[in-house]
Design a protein around this ligand. Structure first.
Ligand code: ADP
Length: 193
């Protein structure tokens, strides 16, 4: 099993690269952001509560995140591995991920981190906001998301760096170039070959 967490700030291109990675390696894709947006779109009571939190750029609870992740895994038992996008976002989620990997009797490849300069991220997100219709792709909310990322999510990088499971990748350039860099890291550090 190849279990990877794709890591990086909002706008780093995780969703775009994920599509290619899951196709190449036959992975189950778990994007916590996508799952939350689906729940919002359903109009459920829970969805309304999620929307109140995410449209301010804040994080939902670890308990809710773990519930949706475990449900997605239970619904997809036969996979070559899992690609997590948008998780873990906090140190407490990093610890919960390790517990989950233990429960599944599998291994964790590590964190592939897409590195993109801050100014480029803001530019990409403002542009995305013009077409995405996402309530959190507005400039004030974008800045709040980047603040949340810097204070709560960046420490996760250090956590996995210390364990030797952290692989930074330059997230600028063409989609193809970035994809090739990701594949190079996976093939170099996994024992799939
Ligand atoms: P981004 O472009 O900010 O990486 P995502 O699509 O991954 O966006 O997530 C959108 C929003 O959903 C986040 O800003 C956050 O409010 C919420 N969210 C997603 N994943 C998590 C998580 N693992 N823990 C807490 N909140 C999350």
């Amino acid at each position: 099993m190849l279990n990877i967490a794709l890591f990086g700030p909002p706008g780093a291109g995780k969703g775009t690269q994920s599509e290619r990675l899951i196709a190449k390696y036959g992975l189950l894709y778990i994007s916590t952001g996508d799952i939350l947006r689906k729940e919002i779109a359903s109009g459920s009571h829970l969805g309304q509560e999620i929307n109140r939190i995410t449209s301010q750029g804040h994080f939902v609870s670890d308990e809710l995140i773990m519930r949706i992740i475990r449900k997605t895994i239970d619904e997809n038992p036969h996979v070559n591995g899992i690609l997590f996008d948008g998780f873990p976002r906090t140190i407490s989620q990093a610890i919960l991920l390790e517990e989950l990997i233990g429960d599944l009797h599998t291994r964790f490849f590590g964190v592939l981190s897409l590195e993109v300069p801050r100014e480029e991220l803001i530019k990409r997100l403002i542009n995305r906001g013009k077409v995405s219709g996402r309530s959190d792709d507005r400039e004030d909310v974008i800045l709040e998301r980047l603040r949340e990322y810097e204070s709560k999510t960046l420490p996760v990088a250090g956590y996995f760096q210390e364990k030797g499971f952290y692989y930074p990748v330059d997230g600028t350039g063409s989609l193809e170039e970035i994809f090739n860099r990701l594949v190079e890291q996976i093939d170099k550090h996994s024992n799939l070959q």
